[in-house]
Write a protein that binds this ligand. Structure first.
Ligand SMILES: NC(=O)c1ccc[n+]([C@@H]2O[C@H](COP(=O)([O-])OP(=O)(O)OC[C@H]3O[C@@H](n4cnc5c(N)ncnc54)[C@H](OP(=O)(O)O)[C@@H]3O)[C@@H](O)[C@H]2O)c1
Length: 349
């Protein structure tokens, strides 16, 4: 199969060349989308993008009151719901054209288990989509899902299997670690580097290809917009730079301009660090994270290229990320952009 289906690339190129294409009054149909897990890091970047495409978006959250900032976006409403309850999902799907599942967890606690958040939730969502005749499901997953030793990757793979046998027009997006404003990579290591004179680092030689959140969001938006070309397909989303974890942390340190030592740990000590950190509140690192890092997170079939997206590189983005705006300011700016584009669209009608 060719990497870049010509029709898809042409359409993607048109999207890039003409932002007006994605606004009201243009040929792309506005959809009614039901989004699960849309209040997190990726969601906070994705919702303004989907709203700008004219879609009407309902986000289900376990607690909408914690995410009121998202409700300033035009065409986005956030509702509290039990996303594990099939009847509740079916009710909300009754007015939807497509479902988008972004729910994912990195660690287990007493309250959240990998199997429940990844596999059971996907199973319930698929069932509810079928029951309500919602034909389309776009699901966020992870690079190397189903491979390796970690429960995280294993349950991701099981969730993908649920999606693939759903009979729906599905699309899977397998992402590498994502960087961008509000991420858990750059901001997390920057925080540790500010705090500690020496940063002990487990699995320093683990390889990954960080992907920019703007590119991930663009990929999701294009898949949502084009079920005909992206249905029944899995896209690996990864960036152009293959880096070790040690290189990533050193790049962040150098961009911060601080003098800190980064201490690569041998696996026995890295394992011990994970075991201890897994007992701390909030689990900053865990044995399951350690096991995930045993599998290099590097892709092989370039999904961004297939979708016509030219990815951002990691290091050049760091200065802006380290001194960038907070989540609230970003969403306010997105709201203003959406409002301006909707007003322009209304004039065109
Ligand atoms: N960030 C990355 O580097 C990265 C890399 C690869 C793949 N991914 C995947 O991409 C998706 C989005 O990532 P993200 O970084 O935006 O995740 P995130 O910030 O952790 O947000 C995910 C959302 O899922 C919901 N959620 C969390 N725990 C849940 C639970 N136990 N049960 C039900 N819902 C729960 C939360 O919404 P409410 O609190 O509103 O319910 C949360 O806002 C996830 O599937 C993630 O695994 C992310």
């Amino acid at each position: 199969m060719p990497l870049r289906p010509p029709k898809l690339i042409l359409r993607a190129a048109r999207n890039r060349a003409s932002p007006a294409h994605s606004r009201r009054g243009t040929q792309m149909p506005a959809l009614r989308l039901l989004v699960l897990g849309g209040t997190g890091f990726v969601g906070s970047h994705l919702l303004p993008r989907l709203a700008a495409d004219g879609h009407a978006i309902t986000v289900l959250s376990r607690n909408r009151d914690l995410h009121r900032e998202l409700t300033v976006l035009p065409q986005v409403r956030v509702l509290s719901a039990n996303v594990y309850d099939r009847a509740a999902l079916a009710r909300h799907l009754s007015k939807a054209d497509a479902a988008l599942n972004l729910v994912g967890i990195l660690n287990e606690t007493h309250h959240q288990r990998f199997r429940r958040a990844h596999v059971e939730l996907t199973h319930t969502l698929v069932d509810a989509c079928r029951q309500m005749g919602v034909p389309r499901l776009v699901q966020m997953s992870a690079l190397k899902a189903g491979q390796g030793e970690s429960k995280y990757l294993r349950t991701r793979g099981e969730a993908e299997a649920e999606v693939k046998r759903s009979g729906l027009a599905w699309t899977l997006l397998q992402s590498a670690v994502i960087f961008g404003p509000g991420d858990g990579l750059v901001s997390r290591f920057a925080g540790l580097l500010r705090l500690l004179p020496v940063l002990p680092l487990a699995r320093p030689r683990a390889k990954m290809a960080p992907v920019y959140v703007g590119d991930v969001v663009e990929a999701i938006a294009r898949c949502v917009a084009d079920p005909r070309e992206t249905g029944g397909r899995t896209f690996e989303l990864y960036g152009p730079d293959v880096l070790t974890l040690l290189e990533i942390v050193r790049l962040i340190r150098d961009a911060m301009g601080v003098r800190r030592a980064v201490l690569p740990l041998p696996d026995a000590l890295g394992w011990l660090q994970a075991a201890v950190a897994g007992l701390l509140p909030g689990k900053p690192f865990s044995l399951d994270n350690f096991r995930s890092l045993l599998t290099d997170s590097v892709g092989s079939v370039d999904g961004l290229a297939a979708l016509g997206i030219v990815p951002q590189r990691f290091a050049p983005m760091l200065p802006a990320l380290l001194h960038g705006r907070g989540r609230q300011a970003r969403i306010e700016a997105a709201r203003a952009r959406c409002a301006a584009s909707c007003a322009a669209g209304a004039k065109d009608l």
